[in-house]
Design a protein around this ligand. Structure first.
Ligand SMILES: [Ca+2]
Length: 399
């Protein structure tokens, strides 16, 4: 912890792209030594010994019990949407900005589907399209913590929006780095901010590394990423986690309650061609735009079979709006693989929340116990896809 503080920038220091590189240079040795936050690492590595982890479990339980109930008609949920637009990101942004259940405190951008400059421009254009000039938009990390950036224009188009053009952005860009915006908002509203990251987890990890105290002040994370089944970037890894597994590891070891809206959840909530046709017939410009960007996205998805396209990022936002979309949330322990030759970026999921403990007996080890493993996340094992698509189509049509 002390090392992080020594190596970190001053809290109020604003940093630019050069500083981001400098920050990463400082953090890289810490990452490689796995010393960036003793509490995070020990909580996972040593299992049951961390008191903070236990209090965290109480929060997780309370949160997930609440997930099984009807959405309360209380104040809107404060969220920061961290995104790399991206076609399904664009759908997620528009869904968030059109939903009164959410107070979008900021949209922060990260390199992922496209370079961060382009993604930021897209986020600004989307806010304009939604008529939301009030929202803070801040540019974040331009590359993963340790690896080279890998982008996905083959899926999202050269402009990130399936080749569909929007007018040049009018809304301004916040002068702060996304990490500073995340910090400032969480500090301003401790215990109230839900982070909704739908891209690589670089910004969130940087915020937690730079300001370790934030972990105790974030209400929860509802992220799109990971898979309890097969991957999509590789057979083992889902793309958001794969593209910055070191960052994902920081986040999953942070102690913040996490809902991992994974690929198996997303596969249960698909947008079909019939849905896109409904949007196309709408007079609402947002609906027409979404129908247009859905076209190349559906075409890509149909390479892998019929039945429409999972609009991954929008589902994470949908669950933030209406928790009943996640019909069943299963509590699990997720470790992020960062070294495997074939499994880099895998979300290694302990479903049973137990492990084997062995002891040396002469020339061998033998199992002596099956200790419990604390949950550090949940995932929606059963999703009400119809409920989500109904919500999504309604909001895109201005209902
Ligand atoms: Ca995304």
């Amino acid at each position: 912890m002390e090392e992080v503080k020594r190596c970190g920038l001053m809290r109020r220091e604003r940093y630019n792209a050069t500083d981001e590189v400098r920050l990463k240079t400082r953090l890289d040795p810490l990452l490689s030594r796995r010393m960036f936050c003793g509490r995070m690492c020990r909580a996972t590595r040593e299992g049951l010994g961390c008191l903070k982890m236990h209090s965290w479990i109480a929060v997780l339980l309370a949160g997930y019990l609440a997930w099984g109930q009807a959405p309360a008609a209380g104040p809107p949920r404060r969220i920061i949407l961290d995104t790399d637009p991206g076609i399904d990101d664009a759908m997620a942004v528009l869904l968030a900005l059109r939903s009164r259940e959410l107070k979008v405190e900021a949209i922060t951008t990260v390199a992922g589907n496209v370079p961060v400059e382009l993604g930021t421009e897209n986020a600004r254009k989307l806010a304009d399209l939604a008529g939301r000039s009030d929202v803070i938009i801040a540019k974040g990390a331009s590359r993963p913590l340790q690896r080279m950036l890998s982008t996905a224009e083959a899926i999202h188009g050269e402009n990130g929006l399936g080749g569909v053009a929007l007018p040049p952005p009018r809304i301004g860009l916040d002068k702060r780095h996304a990490v500073e915006v995340i910090h400032d908002l969480v500090e301003a509203h401790p215990g109230q901010i839900t982070l909704v990251p739908v891209g690589p987890l670089t910004n969130i990890a940087m915020a937690l590394l730079q300001y370790p105290e934030l972990a105790g002040k974030v209400r929860e994370i509802i992220l799109m990423g990971g898979s309890v089944g097969a991957g999509n970037a590789t057979p083992a890894a889902e793309a958001n986690i794969y593209h910055d597994a070191e960052a994902a590891r920081v986040v999953f070891e942070s102690g913040i309650p996490i809902l991992m809206v994974d690929l198996t959840a997303c596969a249960q909530a698909r947008l079909t061609r019939a849905d896109a046709a409904r949007l196309r017939e709408s007079a609402d410009p947002v609906a027409q735009f979404v129908a247009a960007i859905a076209e190349p996205y559906l075409k890509f998805a149909e390479r892998f079979g019929p039945g429409g396209a999972a609009i991954h990022d929008a589902l994470a936002v949908g669950i933030a709006i209406d928790p009943l979309i996640a019909k069943t949330v299963k509590r699990v322990h997720v470790d992020i693989e960062t070294r495997g030759e074939f499994t880099y970026g895998a979300t290694v999921t302990n479903q049973g929340l137990t492990t084997e403990r062995t002891e040396r007996r002469g020339d061998r080890y033998t199992i002596v116990d099956f200790p419990k493993v604390p949950a550090n996340a949940g995932y929606p094992s059963v999703v009400d896809g119809e409920r989500f698509v109904r919500l999504f189509l309604g909001r895109m049509q201005g209902n």
